[in-house]
Design a protein around this ligand. Structure first.
Ligand code: KDG
Length: 325
């Protein structure tokens, strides 16, 4: 079977408290399946694209929950190994504290099953049989062996001429040292589509101004589209001709949990581009998908179908919140 997209990364169990505030108080938690790469693939699946994920889960109930969820969402799980030697990683979300509207994550994923992924987990034919490879800056941060796995997948994709889509997604809690993040992630910036944010650009290009870092990615590293996600301030995109596109964010009436908005944005942006839409509309669809996800706890549940995206876009047009096709 040929997939539209293939990715590799850790799928985690997310514990999300029913009440906001410091984690010492909540007694009730919801359980969700999350993880940047799987979030993006699930978002793409809801928007009509096929994909497979390369990963590992522990031989435990959470591992089974992840496999069942991914399968249920239409993701191929044939390359997700069940590792007897380690457990499935988890993380806990603290919402609206200390900064209202923001969420903080606490990881319990050190030495997790997915962190044991290695270059041997990468099956060349599986990558070759996909149209595009999606990678994020999270997987290379998990362990040296995960870095080798990402590098191998990337090299196969380059050799086979696949489109490569890279979300820089620098998680400082995982890297600890920003210089290490820069050193390891820089080579992956040679990708067709780059999705990033201002903070990550500051880490990747510490000696360049914001404008010069954009120029460097487009002119020297060869990206065709560079997207800068700016949360509440919306998103920008730049193409090879240096045309700049801007979309505002959609202001939602409730912010439940902002985690996962960036992945939903990526999925809707990528889906729109691969459906042949213009960059300016793809940006707006990305912003809509991101807005939807922050209205609920969990990263994947409110990711939109194509129909939902269009319904919300029309509703917003009526309210003149943003201009949409
Ligand atoms: O983008 C959302 C992810 O950050 C979250 O689901 C957990 O993958 C995760 C990570 O490594 O932070």
């Amino acid at each position: 079977m040929k997939f539209d997209f293939v990715s590799l990364g850790e799928v985690l169990i997310q514990f999300n408290p029913l009440s906001a505030g410091p984690l010492r108080y909540p007694k009730l938690f919801e359980v969700h399946v999350a993880g940047s790469e799987s979030n993006i693939l699930i978002g793409l699946s809801k928007l009509g694209f096929t994909s497979g994920l390369i990963s590992r889960v522990g031989n435990d109930e959470f591992g089974i929950m992840i496999l069942n969820t991914l399968k249920g969402e239409g993701i191929d799980i044939s390359k997700i190994k069940i590792d007897d030697s380690a457990t499935t990683g988890i993380y806990i979300v603290q919402r609206h504290y200390p900064i209202p509207g923001e969420s903080t994550v606490f990881y319990y994923r050190h030495e997790s099953a997915a962190s044991k992924m290695d270059a041997d987990d990468i099956d060349e034919d599986y990558i070759k049989n996909s149209n595009a490879l999606i990678i994020t800056g999270i997987t290379p941060a998990l362990s040296d062996s995960c870095y080798r796995a990402v590098k191998k997948a990337y090299e196969i994709a380059v050799k086979e001429g696949l489109d490569i889509i890279f979300d820089t997604n620098i998680r400082i809690k995982l890297w600890k040292d920003p210089n290490k993040a820069k050193e390891v992630l820089f080579p992956f910036l040679k990708s067709k589509i780059i999705l990033t944010n201002k903070e990550d650009l500051g880490i990747l290009f510490p000696n360049l101004s914001f404008e010069d870092s954009l120029r460097k990615i487009i002119d020297d590293l060869g990206a065709e589209i560079l997207v800068i996600k700016m949360g509440e301030e919306g998103a920008w995109a730049i193409n090879k001709k240096h045309e700049l596109f801007k979309a505002s964010s959609y202001k939602v009436p409730i912010i439940e949990d902002v985690i996962g908005a960036g992945d939903a944005f990526d999925a809707a942006f990528i889906a729109s581009i691969y459906r042949g839409m213009k960059i300016e509309y793809a940006l707006q669809y990305g912003a809509i998908a991101g807005a939807l996800v922050i209205t609920t706890r969990g990263d994947i549940e409110a990711q939109p179908t194509w129909n939902a995206l269009e319904t919300l876009a029309r509703y917003m047009l009526k309210k003149e919140q943003i201009l949409i096709r």
